[in-house]
Design a protein around this ligand. Structure first.
Ligand code: MN
Length: 289
């Protein structure tokens, strides 16, 4: 049997400090000066691990989104979300909230009440995933994916949680509008994992914790390895315990025009989004931390 072609690492890009809201500091490998987006993935924000003292509330007060999906993965601690459609829920460790903002939603994202009461650590990642033009004005929706719904592929020294797409014949539970892969990989010291990412899909590996080798290239914590589009096979390794995210996706290939919380195909659509939000056509939510 032919061996699949190897994927080459095109660049290693560090996360840059960014502050998407007052009091919220993240590491952001993209968008940034080196890489604008990795079509269809628009953003990777890594927050924490942050120590939270008892009584220290925080988070993002109500704000809108239109034209894409937000994917929030909680690694430690918990977040609560509330939205203009009456939705409300908790994202707990290992869990993922996959929110399709599409035509528009107003939501708030807070430290969970229990975390605020007792204090603790909050650690997670939020990804923005673009929608194709034909889906940007669909009704909004959610997929709540607690850790128990996410399958784990175990091999010696490695555990791969399959959130979206396939790995080793296992399909992840998340539904997406275009083909994507999202894997959460945990490697023990000396552990390794072999992946196959679909030919032609854009792809990257982000190192959440520890340090890793991606195709034998060293990638430090809070940096990403960005791949060429050709080839399928990717080898991951770690000399120390490491936690990684693997993102891949079929490029949508449409114009991306973004302004704050809106990602559309044209400037006119951005202005329309702003008007619709200000006129209350994305709903409203009355809450604040
Ligand atoms: Mn948001």
């Amino acid at each position: 049997m032919d061996e699949p072609a190897q994927r080459a690492v095109r660049a290693v890009v560090p996360g840059r400090k960014a502050q998407p809201a007052p009091g919220l500091l993240v590491d952001r490998p993209f968008p940034g000066p080196e890489v604008d987006f990795v079509d269809p993935w628009l953003m990777l924000d890594h927050f924490g691990p942050e120590r939270i003292a008892p009584g220290e509330s925080g988070g993002l007060n109500p704000h809108p989104h239109r034209g894409f999906e937000t994917v929030t993965l909680i690694l430690e601690g918990a977040m609560e979300h509330q939205d203009s459609s009456g939705g409300r829920g908790l994202i707990e460790p290992g869990g993922v909230q996959w929110m399709t903002a599409a035509s528009g939603i107003v939501h708030a994202e807070y430290r969970a009440p229990d975390l605020v009461r007792r204090g603790g650590t909050l650690h997670g990642v939020q990804l923005w995933l673009n929608l194709p033009r034909a889906r940007k004005m669909d009704p909004p929706g959610y997929q709540d994916l607690p850790a128990t719904r996410i399958p784990v592929v175990e091999s010696p020294g490695a555990r791969v949680r399959v959130i979206a797409g396939r790995h080793a014949g296992v399909q992840g539970p998340a539904r997406s509008f275009t083909p994507v892969t999202l894997l959460h990989v945990m490697l023990d010291a000396g552990g390794s994992a072999a992946l196959r990412l679909p030919e032609g899909h854009n792809a990257l590996v982000y190192v959440v914790e520890g340090a890793a080798q991606v195709q034998a290239r060293d990638v430090p914590a809070r940096a990403m390895a960005l791949f060429d589009g050709r080839g399928e096979a990717v080898a991951l390794g770690a000399g120390q315990p490491a936690q990684l995210l693997v993102l891949a996706g079929e490029p949508i290939g449409e114009p991306v025009v973004s302004w704050g919380p809106f990602v559309m195909n044209s400037r006119e659509e951005i202005l329309q989004a702003r008007d619709d939000y200000l006129a209350g056509r994305m709903g409203s939510l009355d809450t604040a931390v």
